[in-house]
Design a protein around this ligand. Structure first.
Ligand code: ATP
Ligand code: MG
Length: 275
């Protein structure tokens, strides 16, 4: 079942420049979809439209079978949690604890359980020792972690991560990526991740490539990355293992004839140097 369906979506901020042009897409319930594309291709705008934070200029969006329109907005917003690209935009509380609590208050959680829930989600992102800190005093990466905890605590059925790990260090990036993967594995949550991390996209269920406001390509990772030329034409990269596979094929190197990965890499390097 498709939890999100978009048909012929059109959007402009100023009635002049078309930012999203005839975008149609489907997202399966419980899937992990990544959206990739250059800066300015319309990814964050698309996320905001899905979450009902912007008004479309044309086309239709359905979330869980409900048409996105004024009277369904309240219901649809409850289904969707979004971790924004810039964490500064999403702090409301005067402490990390207040901030995570904010969404929970709207959910009428028993106040006695509140502290436990806050602690649980703060711990999941490694921020349990910062609960009394003022959010604006945190580093960019710490803010991103709190923003993720706040969304997880509300427990929405769809979570959109808009470059949610862009400010994290490599270790933090890996932790959050694993957390997203586990969220997807251990629950029936639908995950949409907007990312420049091609390796993350490679491990998702389905990929949409946005280019200049249009869907350039869609498909499973193997289908998206089976033609690196096509992606290179719009200056997008392909995962490292795909590059290696293509080089091996191009040079007619058979993996079976080698004893180790090192030998294969060495051979490839030698061929590269010769060319
Ligand atoms: N509030 C706004 N008002 C006017 N134009 C905007 C606004 N926000 C974004 N845009 C424009 O819309 C286009 C798409 O922006 P968007 O933020 O959706 O891109 P993106 O794919 O998320 O890029 P990035 O990878 O840099 O985050 C850009 O050309 C941008 O300049
Ligand atoms: Mg963006």
């Amino acid at each position: 079942m498709n939890i999100i369906e978009i048909k012929n979506l059109k959007f402009t901020y100023d009635n002049k420049e078309v930012i999203l042009d005839d975008v149609s897409l489907e997202i399966k319930k419980g899937s992990y979809t990544t959206i990739i594309g250059h800066n300015g291709s319309g990814k964050s705008t698309l996320a905001r439209l899905i979450a009902g934070l912007l008004d479309k200029s044309g086309g239709d969006i359905w979330v869980n079978g409900l048409l996105l329109k004024e009277e369904n907005l309240k219901h649809i917003r409850k289904e969707i949690g979004i971790v924004f690209q810039n964490p500064d935009n999403q702090f409301i509380g005067s402490s990390v604890k207040d901030d995570i609590a904010f969404g929970l208050e709207n959910k009428c959680i028993n106040p006695k359980e509140m502290d436990d829930i806050i602690f649980k989600y703060a711990s999941r992102v490694g921020m349990e020792n910062f609960l009394d800190k003022e959010p604006h005093l945190l580093s960019g990466g710490q803010k991103q972690r709190v923003a993720i905890a706040s969304v997880l605590a509300i427990n929405p059925s769809i979570i959109i991560f808009d470059e949610a790990t862009s400010m994290l260090d490599p270790k933090g990036k890996k932790e959050i990526k694993d957390l997203i993967k586990n969220l997807h594995k251990d629950s029936d949550k639908t995950i949409i991740s907007i990312t420049h991390d091609i390796e993350e996209a490679y491990h998702s269920d389905y990929i949409y490539v946005l280019n200049k406001g249009k869907i350039f390509k869609k498909g499973k990772p193997n289908e998206i990355f089976n033609n690196s030329k096509e992606l290179n034409n719009i200056k997008l990269d392909v995962p490292f293992n795909v590059k290696i596979k293509e080089e091996l094929e191009k040079n007619k190197i058979k993996i079976e004839s080698y004893n180790s990965v090192e030998e294969i890499v060495e051979n490839l390097c030698r061929l590269k140097l010769k060319n």
